[in-house]
Each structure stands twice: as structure tokens, then as C-alpha cells.
Design a protein around this ligand. Structure first.
Ligand SMILES: C[S@@+](CC[C@H](N)C(=O)[O-])C[C@H]1O[C@@H](n2cnc3c(N)ncnc32)[C@H](O)[C@@H]1O
Length: 223
């Protein structure tokens, strides 16, 4: 009951930073123009007709992984959710300088976006180096919890994949515990300690900064 209440709080509140450094005028202009073309308020806003496959990155940070994946897979649409405006500005810069057209940006809390996604619509979801919220009293803020995993499972297509990476040991244990905390398994889980192929799984900014060993988790939807 207590965990359920905490999870409800996370869905409607966002606890991280939404802005740190001021954004230069040039970057701001680029961001505004990119958001005009590619910003979305809900899943429905994404122009899906052209794309058979849709991927979602939750908490894309500076957009390194998202931009790289979009450039490498031009037949797929990539939706990114990120409330941190400096991150959105960095991604916008990458979209602008590489003429990327297959990204849609949700500048906000991914829990809200997830609520707008119909079942079985997303082929792959990436949650890379999510904020660990190490203090026990802040654990309810963790983006991965029973409720979000249920929602993620719902929106994934059959055989869809959820990729997670973290260098925070306690959060990894929490994630694995929540992933297997069901009467019947809903994901086939693979844990890799060695880095997967960089071409298919580009390195993120936080991954470069990681000091402790990283756990890479691939979950394939089972049912
Ligand atoms: C530690 S950073 C990692 C960024 C990036 N994935 C990387 O590996 O470089 C975590 C990111 O998740 C974002 N985030 C936190 N809560 C979120 C939420 N509810 N919805 C979407 N993004 C969120 C934060 O703003 C932050 O940019």
C-alpha cells in the first residue's frame, strides 16, 4: 500500500532538475525551431504513419544515444522523453546539425507520456543510467518500479525489448528484484557485464562518466 502510494506520487511529480546552465540565444533558437517541428505533447502527436517501428528513450540526457540510434536506423521513429531543458537543447543541436528527422521530443515526465501510449505500440524502450536516488526515503522517485514496469510491458509489442543500464549496484539489484517480482515472468531477462556492441547500443554521456562496473540488462517481453 505504502509503495503504491509512493508510485502514484512519482507518476504526477517530477523530482529531478529541469534546468541548470543558461541556454545561449543561438541554442535556444535552434531548440525552439526543432521543438516546433518535432516536439510532441502526447504519443498521438507523433507522426507514425511513415514508420513501422517506434522506439522510446526515457531520460535521454544530452541525447547522445538517441541521436546516434536515430541516424543508424532511419527506418525507425525514435521518441525521447526528457524534462531537463538543457538536455533537450543539446539533443536539438544534434538533430539540427545532422539533419535528423526521425526523432520526436516529449519535453516532460515520461510517466505522463507512457499514459498516452496505447498497448503494443513500441518496439524498444531504453532507460540508460536512470537517476539512482540512493537514499532509502527517495527510492519512490526511482523511474523503474512495479507500476512503470507494468506500463512498459503493456506498451511494448510482442517480443519488444526493454534495455536498461546502470552503474549503481543497489539500483541494479532493485531493478532486477522488481523485474522478477511477478507470479509469472513477463520478461525474459539477460544480464550482461560486458559491454554490448557499440554500434547497436551507443555509449551515453553518463556511461562515459561511470566509475563503477556497469550492468547492462536486456528484457524481452514474454507475453
Ligand atoms: C543520470 S541522467 C542519464 C542521462 C542519459 N540517459 C545518459 O545516460 O547520459 C538521468 C536522466 O533521466 C531524466 N529523468 C529523470 N526522471 C525522468 C522522468 N520521469 N521522465 C523522463 N526523464 C527523466 C533526467 O532528467 C536525466 O536527464
Amino acid at each position: 500500500m505504502k509503495e503504491e502510494l509512493s508510485q502514484r506520487r512519482t507518476i504526477h511529480n517530477f523530482y529531478g532538475r529541469t534546468k541548470t546552465r543558461p541556454i545561449s540565444q543561438t541554442k535556444q533558437k535552434i531548440m525552439e525551431s526543432v521543438l516546433d517541428s518535432f516536439g510532441i505533447q502526447s504519443f498521438e502527436d507523433a507522426t507514425l504513419s511513415k514508420y513501422e517501428y517506434v522506439d522510446l528513450e526515457i531520460g535521454f540526457g544530452d541525447g547522445t544515444h538517441l541521436a546516434q540510434m536515430a541516424m543508424q536506423n532511419q527506418d525507425r521513429l525514435f521518441i525521447g522523453a526528457e524534462p531537463f531543458i538543457n538536455g533537450v537543447a543539446s539533443l536539438a543541436q544534434k538533430i539540427h546539425s545532422n539533419n535528423i528527422t526521425n526523432i520526436r521530443i516529449f519535453n516532460g515526465n515520461a510517466h505522463i507520456l507512457l499514459e498516452s501510449i496505447p498497448k503494443s505500440s513500441i518496439n524498444a524502450i531504453y532507460i540508460l543510467f536512470p537517476d539512482p536516488w540512493p537514499k532509502k526515503r527517495h527510492h519512490f522517485r526511482r523511474i523503474i518500479n512495479s507500476e512503470s514496469l507494468k506500463k512498459i510491458h503493456d506498451v511494448l509489442t510482442s517480443n519488444g525489448v526493454l534495455r536498461i543500464a546502470s552503474d549503481h549496484e543497489d539500483y541494479c539489484a532493485w531493478i532486477l528484484n522488481h523485474l522478477s517480482n511477478n507470479n509469472e515472468p513477463i520478461f525474459n531477462i539477460n544480464i550482461h557485464k560486458n559491454r554490448p556492441d557499440q554500434h547497436d547500443w551507443p555509449i551515453t554521456k553518463y556511461e562515459r562518466k561511470a566509475v563503477t562496473p556497469i550492468t547492462y540488462i536486456t528484457c524481452r517481453k514474454l507475453s
